[in-house]
Write a protein that binds this ligand. Sequence first.
Ligand SMILES: *Cc1c(COP(=O)(O)O)cnc(C)c1O
Length: 220
Amino acid sequence: MSVSKNIISFKKELPANVRLVAVSKTKPVSVLFEAYQAGQRIFGENKVQELCDKYEQLPKDIEWHFIGHLQRNKVKFIAPFVTLIHGVDSLRLLEKINEEAQKNNRLIDCLLQVHIAKEDTKFGFDETELIDLLNDSDYHKLENIRICGLMGMATYTDDNDLISREFKSLADLFNKVKSDCFFDKSHFTELSMGMSGDYQIAVEQGATLVRIGSSLFGTR
Ligand SMILES: *Cc1c(COP(=O)(O)O)cnc(C)c1O
């Protein structure tokens, strides 16, 4: 499998408004560098230590996205350089990101994770919790974070109709929240949904960021 060919063909296939997050977790830096040389600039990792190691070793014009479940005590390690945190699922985590962003004199972009799958193992807010957060005065005090959109993961299934309904529910929620809570915020634009197995459905439903690992880099 050729990583550079995969990168190029994905870029050709995806609509211009959809950005490719190359999910490089577990892969060595040599493989990431091959993707970099093929033009890839956005990489997604789900472990803090691994992300920091790779950041040190690779070119500094890479955008690093954190896509996993982030623990509050580890935010400080990625706060100096992370470009986007995809899976924020509590006010406490958001407050910690804000605190570390402040220390670094930065504005850190985040996506709120919404629970859309049938499985109850996946993290994220439900609709009510999301609306509650966005109306919470403590959230409105945070000046060093920006909520740029929503992120979600569909049920792991062969049932494409179910996946499609789940992604549509996230897109509908995105539109509702955008008009109710972010109508004056031009940065609220991102819908992170779709992985190797279901990105085509996600794109049909309006994804702006797809997180692709195994289809680019092979199985883990
Ligand atoms: C690993 C991972 C992906 C990529 O999954 P693939 O099926 O390998 O494309 C996407 N999103 C998250 C949150 C992940 O942890």
